[in-house]
Design a protein around this ligand. Structure first.
Ligand code: NDP
Ligand code: GDR
Length: 353
């Protein structure tokens, strides 16, 4: 039975990847952070009591900022595959918490690679690093592929660029099987609620059910290549099954603005948005009721923004045989539908006690 270790198992991708690997027959170990409230909701449905027969998912307390802890977990588990998905993953928050973001996202990757080397696991353990399209940052080339120059625009992206290059450096220096997946934005009903897609679909559902009046957003003109997280974890796994380690861009090859996402999500609940004003004064109005349902709030602007991302995932398609299976409109519909479900439950609790 193959054994995998996932950092960030309690996050969106960690949950999809854990499910995927369990279905493939893996024994899955995950690192979770200690917190004062439970933070395992996304993987609770996968978890069996470790004493139960057939349990194959095991959780270890840990943190990417804690070297000894990482060495201990790697020594105990001796995994065939490590997926480093743990990160302070919010770009806007990285401007406010730059040092912590760098420690976790940059040095966290180095700590894991060093632990693999120190424990003499370089021939045993394959390593996946969660690199990101944010590293492309300020547009240098359209579309963006593996050879496109990087120009990171946030502490988050700068830290991820360190992790990206240290992964390549350990591959070249120690002959490690280490890969970078340069993943473009990927979303799902499990997406964190402060990322723009989930914030929109949650807002749309709550406005529709009378639980919220208005959705406050930042830059409506940013364009992203949005795919479905379930498809992207398959690409992570495929990278570690190849004969040679390499880096791959993963995305859909289609880009849409935040504004388009808003329009499509509202259309999903029968609401047509008309835009009025511009810049800070821009508003989205429900054409039927004339109510303002979207407002721009500069608090969500970033000190420096990534305006445009569009993937060219040709190498992944040709080498890994990977393809995205969920279109933009299907993704929006999936997320709106799930959030309508959640809002109905919230409504029931609120109005019926
Ligand atoms: P999430 O924010 O949903 O999950 C991040 C995970 O990292 C959570 O499990 C979180 O734990 C954990 N974590 C945070 N800080 C630490 C720390 N100091 N030590 C250990 N674990 C920590 O992110 P996603 O699932 O969306 O993304 C997974 C990875 O892929 C991240 O590295 C992200 O930067 C990267 N990425 C994501 C993309 C996307 O579009 N989703 C695109 C490209 C890259 P807790 O639950 O306790 O907060
Ligand atoms: P991103 O995702 O920064 O691309 O990073 P996010 O959803 O946060 O922002 C996308 C774009 O939407 C604009 N925006 C807003 N963003 C948020 N969060 N909240 C708002 O209210 C809002 N209004 C407009 C942003 O300015 C931005 O342009 C995600 C994360 O998952 C990273 O970890 C990952 O590496 C990249 O995707 C690829």
């Amino acid at each position: 039975m193959k054994r995998a270790l996932i950092t960030g198992i309690t996050g969106q991708d960690g949950a999809y990847l854990a499910k995927f690997l369990l279905e493939k027959g893996y024994e899955v170990h995950g690192i979770k952070r200690r917190s004062s409230l439970f933070n395992t909701q996304r993987i609770d449905s996968l978890y069996l009591d470790p004493h139960a027969t057939g349990a194959r998912l095991f959780l270890h307390y840990g943190d990417l900022t804690d070297t000894a802890n990482l060495i201990n977990i790697l020594a105990q588990t001796r995994p065939d595959e490590v997926y480093n998905l743990g990160a302070q993953s919010h770009v806007k928050v990285s401007f406010e918490s730059a040092e912590y973001t760098s420690n976790t996202n940059a040095l966290g990757a180095l700590r894991l690679l060093e632990a693999i080397r120190i424990l003499d696991l370089t021939k045993v353990t394959r390593y996946y690093q969660a690199s990101t399209s944010e590293m492309f940052g300020l547009v240098q080339e359209i579309p963006q592929k593996e050879s496109t120059p990087f120009y990171p625009r946030s502490p988050y992206a700068v830290a991820k660029l360190f992790a990206h290059w240290i992964t390549i450096n350990y591959r070249e220096s120690y002959n490690m099987f280490a890969c970078n997946g340069i993943l473009f934005n990927h979303e799902s009903p499990l997406r964190g609620e402060t990322f723009v897609t989930r914030k929109i679909t949650q807002g749309v559902a709550r406005i529709k059910l009378g639980l919220q009046e208005c959705l406050y957003l930042g830059n409506l003109n940013a364009e992203r290549d949005w795919g479905f997280a379930g498809d992207y974890v398959q690409a992570m796994w495929l990278m570690l099954q190849q004969e040679k380690p390499d880096d791959f861009v993963i995305g859909t090859g289609e880009t849409h603005s935040v504004r388009e996402f808003v329009e499509m999500a509202f259309a999903g609940v029968g609401c047509h948005i008309v835009w009025q004003g511009n810049g800070l004064a821009e508003q989205g109005i429900d054409a039927k009721t004339d109510k303002v349902v979207v407002r721009v709030d500069p608090v969500y602007f970033r000190p420096s923004e990534v305006d445009y991302l569009l993937a060219k995932p040709l190498k992944a398609m040709e080498t890994l045989g990977w393809r995205p299976t969920v279109s933009f409109s299907e993704l929006v519909a999936m997320m709106v539908s799930e959030d309508l479900h959640n809002a109905e439950k919230e409504q029931l609790l609120k109005f019926n006690g």
